[in-house]
Design a protein around this ligand. Structure first.
Ligand code: GAP
Length: 490
């Protein structure tokens, strides 16, 4: 089996096209030309996304020290003052006065070729030989942050031109743009009724910490897990589901005593990378990238990155958020969020270790990880080798022909399996074509009912990746499937 060679861009295009054709993901409002940064999950996509979230939910809540929560998307506006989002959740951006395109400042340098970055470095009298392309662009950004006039200088010297239309001296100086979507509660649209669509689910957990503790009698250390939508008015949406304006997060906040935070941070970092790999991501496609520049709330932070077709990109962040959030909510709400420590008899605001994964971005990562093109008997076979627990359909029921009673046996088996697993019944076309249709959507097992079944009540089970076939008595099929599609985590 030889693998076909595609570039990263081609692979991503093929995945996006398959996702649409087979009903994983559609562009939002497509018949109106689409809405940038928003996507809809089709019949197979929603099934796979639910499986992914279920694997996370089991991992987090099938233990005694983590509770579940589902907080509202709209929250009291003071939440976002306390969290720092109103003040800090913004990206510096520049506009092109000529073509009106808008760019994030970090992307402007991040996407620049190495030669241009080196010319700028020379202007800044930096020895570029000591830097990688990445560290050069980070260095330049840090210089601009320290001295805003520097960017205007680079534009005037024509060292930074519009990357869209190429016009010289056309970029404005950087301005901050808040990423939160604003809307209004009630009939009056004024500052007093303004609320925000949450840009992260975490704050719903922080403001409920006492409610959860009182309701569950949990003591430190303990966690709260939540899955839900988050919204960010991203300036540049890109790469399919990677950076979108509406997406889903899977976040868990683990509340610990100060002094134990570093140990729990390390533990969660290990647990989380193991979770991604247990669901089928090979270790060489995952890496941990510590943050060089920490967010306003963090003492330590690391990204789990996956190798997408366009390169490594973050799929989850693990953060030591200290007691920043709870202390701020104490300050802004006037309610104590300190917790009594039975050992020291003191009341203290707990520290928080956060694991913040993207469900939508994780979904895309799993699609990319699974996509394969293989040559089989001179033909290209497209196969998604999704972990069976993530696969949207677990088994396809394929009567070889619609006669001699095969159909009846197949329908009976389908009805029986459906109570436990998602199946797909397909009786049209050559069986080889039917296998290929299932391979393409990642169905781990195809069950064929043939003329031998009529004699010995056994069926053929074909496994997706190896294409190996075994015979099994019909009554053993359900147990076989359930054993093989089991959730590997939680
Ligand atoms: N509570 C911390 C927090 O929200 P983050 O690193 O901004 O941290 C966590 O986001 C995760 O959410 C990311 O690792 C990514 O998987 C996902 N995410 C963030 N912004 C996203 C976007 N615009 N589109 C899709 N997923 C996004």
């Amino acid at each position: 089996m030889a693998k076909q060679q595609n570039t990263g861009v081609q692979t991503l295009e093929k995945i996006v096209s398959l996702a649409k054709r087979r009903g994983f993901v559609f562009q939002s409002s497509e018949i109106y030309g689409g809405l940038n940064g928003c996507w809809d999950y089709g019949p197979l996509g929603v099934a796979m996304l639910r499986n992914l979230k279920e694997a996370w939910w089991r991992e987090m809540t099938n233990r005694n020290d983590i509770e579940g929560l589902d907080a509202s998307i709209l929250m009291h506006p003071k939440v976002w003052e306390a969290s720092g989002h109103i003040q800090n959740f913004s990206d510096p951006m520049v506009d092109c006065k000529s073509c009106k395109a808008r760019f994030r400042l970090d992307h402007l340098f991040g996407d620049m070729n190495e030669k241009k970055l080196q010319t700028i470095a020379k202007h800044l009298t930096v020895d570029h030989r000591e830097h990688t392309k990445e560290s050069l662009s980070e260095y330049i950004l840090a210089q601009i942050e320290a001295n805003e006039a520097l960017f205007t200088q680079l534009v005037e010297l024509e060292l930074v031109n519009c990357p869209n239309c190429g016009t010289k001296q056309s970029l404005t100086s950087p301005r901050n743009f808040n990423l939160m979507f604003e809307t209004y509660i009630g009939p009056v649209k004024d500052a007093a009724s303004a609320v925000y669509l949450r840009p992260e689910t975490a704050q719903g957990i922080f403001v409920n910490v006492l409610n959860v503790m009182q309701a569950t009698r949990q003591k430190l250390p303990f966690g709260i897990a939540q899955i839900g939508k988050a919204f960010r008015n991203e300036i540049n949406t890109k790469n399919f589901l990677f950076r979108t304006r509406e997406f889903e997060q899977m976040e868990m906040q683990y509340f610990v005593k100060e002094g134990t935070d570093e140990t729990f941070y390390e533990q969660w970092r290990e647990r989380r990378i193991n979770w991604w790999s247990a669901l089928g991501m090979p270790k060489e496609k995952l890496r941990l990238k510590p943050h060089e520049k920490l967010a306003h709330y963090a003492k330590a932070a690391v990204d789990i990155e996956f190798e997408f077709p366009f390169g490594f990109g973050e799929i989850e962040g693990i953060h030591n958020r200290t007691n920043f959030d709870l202390s701020r909510h104490e300050e802004y709400s006037g309610k104590s969020l300190s917790i009594h420590d039975e050992d020291t008899k003191e009341k203290k605001v707990p520290f928080v270790i956060e694991t913040s994964a993207g469900a939508s971005r994780g979904f895309m990562a799993f699609l990319c990880n699974a996509y394969r093109e293989e040559e089989v008997n001179g033909e290209v076979r497209t196969v998604m080798n999704l972990h069976p627990f993530l696969a949207p359909v677990k088994a396809a029921i394929l009567p070889l022909v619609n006669k001699d009673g095969m159909q009846e046996i197949a329908e009976k088996l389908d009805l029986d399996l459906r109570r436990s697993v998602k199946t797909f019944y397909d009786d049209s076309g050559a069986v080889g074509r039917r296998y290929r249709r299932q391979d393409e959507i990642g169905t781990p097992y195809c069950i064929t009912i043939d003329s031998d079944t009529l004699q010995d009540q056994s069926v053929t089970i074909r496994e997706r990746d190896s294409m190996a076939q075994i015979r099994l008595p019909i009554e053993k099929v359900k147990t076989y499937l359930l054993e093989n599609i089991e959730c590997p985590v939680g």
